[in-house]
Ligand binder design. Sequence first.
Ligand SMILES: NC(=O)c1ccc[n+]([C@@H]2O[C@H](COP(=O)([O-])OP(=O)(O)OC[C@H]3O[C@@H](n4cnc5c(N)ncnc54)[C@H](O)[C@@H]3O)[C@@H](O)[C@H]2O)c1
Length: 461
Amino acid sequence: MSERPFESLSSRIDARTAVVGVVGLGYVGLPLAVELARSGYRTIGFDTKQSVVDGVEAGRSHVQDVSSDIVGAFVGEGLLSATEDLKRLSECDVICICVPTPLNKTKDPDLSYVVASAHAIAHGLRPGQLVILESTTYPGTTREVLLPVLEEESGLRVGEDFFVCFSPERVDPGNPVWHTRNTPKVLGGITPACRDAGVSIYETVFDTMVPVESAEAAELVKVYENTFRMINIALANELAQACDKLKVDVWDVIEAAATKPFGFMKFTPGPGLGGHCIPLDPHYLSWKMRTLAFKTRMIELASEINAEMPAFVVKKVADALNEDAKAVKGSKVLVLGIAYKKDIDDLRESPALGIVQLLEEKGADVEYHDPHCPVIADDGHTPLCNLPMSSVALTDEVIAGADVVLIVTDHSVVDYARVARLAGVVVDTRGVMRGVHANGRVEGMSGPVGLFAPPALRREA
Ligand SMILES: NC(=O)c1ccc[n+]([C@@H]2O[C@H](COP(=O)([O-])OP(=O)(O)OC[C@H]3O[C@@H](n4cnc5c(N)ncnc54)[C@H](O)[C@@H]3O)[C@@H](O)[C@H]2O)c1
């Protein structure tokens, strides 16, 4: 009698002869594919973008956290390859789905990429295959959207013939400490056998496995984590606005509160939410809950507060110009940092784009400097008027020539002491100017930024 599907898959995993497919080679898929290859599995990356496939095949990484050296080395050893040919999914014993899960304009989930991947996999689904969905989504997606396509098109049965899990990717781009391998990996299966199959491969790739009761629990873990972050950022943003009215330095308050060794976690205010996760993921949960006649009030309120931040920042710029009897219209505004967070090159949902748009609408003459994002291209989604827009060099003349220097993203490579020395007026949304000696004025999120700062933050100009 031939081996049963579960045992057959397990023995291929144990022997590292299992072939793994990663569908979608973006910020999540490429690092995962590299870790699978590092663990000894022949890994095939699937992507619908020819440029991505060609790049990986040529040993090039297009993801900042993954070096081309590593990609090139695994490609050279035959452990990593890439293809656009989705028919080759049937070659894989394990398939990890890492495709985008955006929201549409009305903030409803767009699962079209997941559904397209499901059809491609179902086409060649065979006994003994394991499918793991990694894309962030609402609880119920794996069982209600992915599974029916796989079962109906193949005629195979989950938990017996093939296995399906959800395991949320928790990658934090640019994080120097926590990366794909050492971030604990949550995983839930459609059935206990599915969960066991998922754990059996991922425990050879990730340092710590966190199995949970069901695929739904795993889906909810991810949206809960990001909702937690989104709500706490909203609280910090609300505090900044309250501090502005109270004339109290918000950073002083937050840093002092963060010295409490228990029961407090530090979150900081900023120009608004960005990235592919925090602004979007909570809406997956609220959408799902609306279908169950339940309103997620905390999410709605927090989104509203965070969404107001770009306008709050533009008001800070207008107020700063007003002090000098200048209008926004015709003023030169130099935006420092356009990526959605420090030291990365990701522009998705970046609040800087909304801020630049609002300033342009008011007639400001906007330039930006961001060494991580040399160009903002017109991709059909970016709402700015003057595209493409290129990063200007941070020369003394550019800094001194701006009516306002607006710090939106606090990239480490920028010399803020130099900015403070040369700029006439700075609006600092990130608190990097605290304790820096400035020749001009520095406005923060809650009023003027002074020289008082804890010793660790003091910088000489
Ligand atoms: N970026 C992050 O920091 C992060 C963190 C955790 C979770 N996530 C989640 O992971 C998922 C992927 O995000 P990402 O940032 O890697 O996206 P991405 O846009 O960087 O990459 C997705 C890739 O999938 C490809 N693709 C789209 N449809 C395809 C298909 N049908 N077949 C094969 N390839 C296809 C695209 O060409 C692209 O290269 C999303 O659900 C996201 O919410 C992202």
